[in-house]
Design a binder for this molecule. Structure first.
Ligand SMILES: Cc1ncc(COP(=O)(O)O)c(C=O)c1O
Length: 467
């Protein structure tokens, strides 16, 4: 981390203020930092519109029945402190839902409410990790795991690096590679594991998760199992939770919440499912940090999973009302993901998209674009970071460089297709493809198809999904 706060680096300040040197180990979350750059370009009015594929936020807005619960709770003056771990009934509702969907008995004592899903990452580290412990993160993965791991251990975490499929350049995680790390290193305390995955939009299937679970039990490490996108899965794929493997409740810190599944990112409402002894520690940490999740939001969380009665007020479950809304949102995500993947595929092998499986990301390989003469010699673009910057600054297209998610993401871009279809996804993908076509032509290479053919083919894909 580069500290930029002026007062910290100002030698003339008296008395001199020093800062926590551990901050030198802290990283960043690329989509937030990148968003600042996008806002600058947008404010410059250089382009009539910026096509936004960088945002890890949900496209749809929070379903109305959820908002109504919050409004009602406020009108009922539910404004005081709330239970620090979460009201028992709220946790009971979540526990019942988890028991039903994970096929393992979860009790309310296994649940803690938190402000967003993210705090679980730091809670896990604070509760379990000492400086000489090792942590494993997937490479590529959500950057906060590595950032906070370094902050707490003063070293880079070990990396379970994805293997690049030589044919289509998709990234896959081999469990044998994880086992190699486990046999070669000592003091492994935690593995951060995420499915459906940010940034790739790929899912880890039951077989692999069972193998990872067996390793956790054999080598005795905890898995921070982040399935915050668990309900956003396509083609009828069912998310498999590592908690479903017998005995894994003892080895799992399950990060989940309302942000992505219920389009509630800005509410900051999440929860953790973990062994009772850890929930006790997390509760103590929570009291030290945020006291409790807001009472209104606790009530909201409870009604997503069942009825809630607090202080003489009754809040009926919104589950049945929100189900059709969520279903429609899911269909829209799936259509947009498939549209983007098939559209990008028109310019393969220059851009090689993976097939979207879940979440709302796609992680196309762009190595063949980076090798084009015009790109390397004229534009002087060397890597995915340069290309992403050029796309934003010169073409008004915002996409995050894959290497922001780890070295294995080098040569890729992360596209989020959560934004509005008509305003961003369809015209933005067309603009991107025409840009790539232009680069190919300027490199004096025959493009896979002409601009007019591209236009026709794109229309067909658009009709296939959106008519
Ligand atoms: C994989 C993953 N985990 C956790 C989070 C954080 O979720 P929340 O917004 O609920 O804190 C995100 C947000 O982008 C994410 O992509």
């Amino acid at each position: 981390m580069k500290l930029s706060a002026k007062f910290l680096n100002n030698d003339e300040l008296s008395p001199k203020v020093d800062y926590n040197h551990d901050l030198n180990f802290l990283g960043d979350e690329s989509s937030f930092a990148f968003g600042v750059e996008v806002a600058k370009v947008e404010a410059s009015k250089k382009f009539p519109q910026i096509y936004k594929f960088h945002i890890g936020d949900t496209g749809p807005k929070t379903p109305e029945p959820i908002i109504e619960v919050a409004v009602q709770a406020l009108k009922d003056k539910q404004t005081k402190y709330a239970h620090f771990i979460g009201f028992p009934q709220v946790r009971e509702n979540i526990a019942k839902y988890w028991t039903a969907t994970r096929g393992v008995k979860i009790k309310k004592e296994n649940i803690l409410l938190e402000p967003g899903g993210k705090p679980a990452i730091e809670l896990a580290l604070q509760a379990l990790v000492n400086k000489d412990d090792e942590i494993i993160v997937q490479n590529p993965s959500y950057p906060i795991y590595a950032s906070l791991s370094s902050f707490y251990t003063h070293k880079k975490p070990l990396e379970w690096t994805a293997y690049q499929n030589p044919d289509d350049k998709t990234l896959e995680f081999n469990v044998a590679d994880l086992e190699k790390i486990l046999t070669e290193n000592k003091n492994i305390k935690l593995l951060f594991l995420n499915t459906p995955q940010n940034p790739t939009g790929m899912m880890m299937g039951e077989e692999k998760l069972r193998q990872v679970a067996a390793l956790a039990q054999k080598y005795r490490f905890m898995v921070v199992f982040d399935d915050i996108y668990d309900q956003i899965t396509f083609d009828g794929r069912k998310h498999f939770s590592i908690l479903s493997v017998p005995g894994m409740l003892d080895f799992t810190i399950n990060l989940n919440g309302c942000s992505k599944n219920y389009a509630m990112t800005g509410w900051r409402l999440g929860f953790i499912v973990a062994p009772e002894w850890l929930i006790e520690i997390f509760g103590q940490l929570a009291v030290n940090k945020w006291s409790c999740v807001s009472r209104v939001y606790q009530i909201v969380a409870g009604t997503i999973f069942g009825d809630v009665d607090i202080d003489g007020f009754h809040y009926p479950s919104v589950r049945e009302k929100i189900e059709p809304i969520l279903q429609a949102d899911l269909i829209e995500y799936e259509k947009k993901g498939k549209f983007v993947s098939e559209a990008l595929d028109l310019l393969s092998p220059f851009i090689l998209p993976n097939k979207p499986e879940g979440a709302f990301y796609i992680f196309p390989n762009i190595e063949n674009i980076l090798e084009l003469k015009y790109v390397s010699d004229v534009l002087k673009i060397k890597n995915d970071k340069d290309f992403s910057r050029w796309l934003l600054q010169e073409k008004g297209i915002a996409m995050i460089p894959g290497s922001d998610f780890g070295s294995a993401g080098s040569g890729y871009l992360r596209l989020s297709y959560a934004e509005d279809r008509e305003q961003h996804i369809i015209p933005g993908i067309k603009h991107l493809l025409l840009t790539i076509l232009e680069i190919i032509e300027k490199s004096e290479i025959n493009p896979p198809l002409s601009a007019s053919q591209l236009d026709q083919d794109l229309k067909k894909i658009e009709e296939k999904y959106f008519l």
